[in-house]
Design a binder for this molecule. Structure first.
Ligand code: 13P
Length: 252
């Protein structure tokens, strides 16, 4: 079966001292959840310090983004090999704050996913629809288009290393979580579509995280759904007690 994978996306928050303290708390939380894979994605300047705190423990450290090239004249960008050099195991690509805030296209996200794999990082590929797209019944279409651009042409071995995060944009930072049933409906469609693109054996092993206002009081119900394999947590991952409870979820 698929090992649950819960990741805290710290976005652009905190100081170095806060990142170090939070990493220590997450390291402890992960010890109390031996069946769960746990990760944190700190802001780039704090990755090295957080990697140091997490070394030898169960918490994987990751980047919040990477460039599609391994090196070059790209001011302000960070390459996959640099993240590996700092001890990162994974990287988030295609987060909605980059797709919609910075104009990253499906094609750009696909290139980043391939660059991440080429550097030995596990990509967490984010997909999700806007509120307006959900309201006009386009959720499935949008999510499938994003998946197709990200995964088309990948061989089964590479695709099997990837994680998908379904993050409906209307649920991010709004306190308006998708209901477990709404999330499950999209997750099962994602798995069906990946099966078509990559074959069912790969699709059945790819972990699909849910993201969007995940909190200590809704994680249990979300994780009870058969195709929800973990969570990508924003705001609540900055609160050590809340994130500890999320990592130590209880399937009812
Ligand atoms: P919130 O948990 O703050 O809604 O953010 C979700 C998210 O974007 C995680 O990547």
């Amino acid at each position: 079966m698929r090992t649950p994978f819960i990741v805290g996306n710290w976005k652009m928050h905190g100081t170095r001292a806060e990142a170090v303290a939070l990493a220590g708390a997450v390291r402890k939380a992960a010890e109390g959840a031996p069946e769960v894979e746990v990760g944190v994605a700190p802001p780039f300047p704090f990755i090295e310090a957080v990697s140091g705190i997490c070394a030898g423990g169960r918490v994987k450290v990751g980047g919040q983004d990477c460039h599609s090239e391994a090196k070059g004249a790209f001011t302000g960008s960070t390459a996959g090999p640099m993240l590996r050099d700092l001890g990162c195991a994974f990287v988030i690509v295609g987060h909605s704050e980059r797709r919609h805030g910075l104009g990253e296209s499906d094609e750009c996200v696909g290139k980043k996913l391939r660059a991440a794999l080429a550097s030995g990082l596990i990509p967490i590929a984010c997909v999700g629809e806007l509120l307006e797209e959900r309201e006009r019944g386009a959720t499935e279409h949008v999510v499938r288009r994003q998946l197709q651009a990200a995964f088309e042409g990948l061989n089964a071995d590479l695709a099997g290393r990837c994680v998908v995060a379904y993050e409906p944009v209307w649920a991010i930072g709004t306190g308006r979580t998708a209901t477990p049933a709404q999330a499950q409906e999209v997750h099962s469609d994602i798995r069906r579509f990946l099966g078509r693109l990559l074959g069912d054996p790969v699709a059945s092993t790819v972990r699909i995280q849910y993201g969007g206002s995940v909190k200590a009081d809704n994680i249990d119900a979300l994780m009870t759904q058969p195709d929800i394999d973990g969570a990508l947590v924003g705001g609540a991952s900055l609160d050590a007690a809340a994130f500890t409870r999320i990592v130590q979820f209880q399937r009812s």
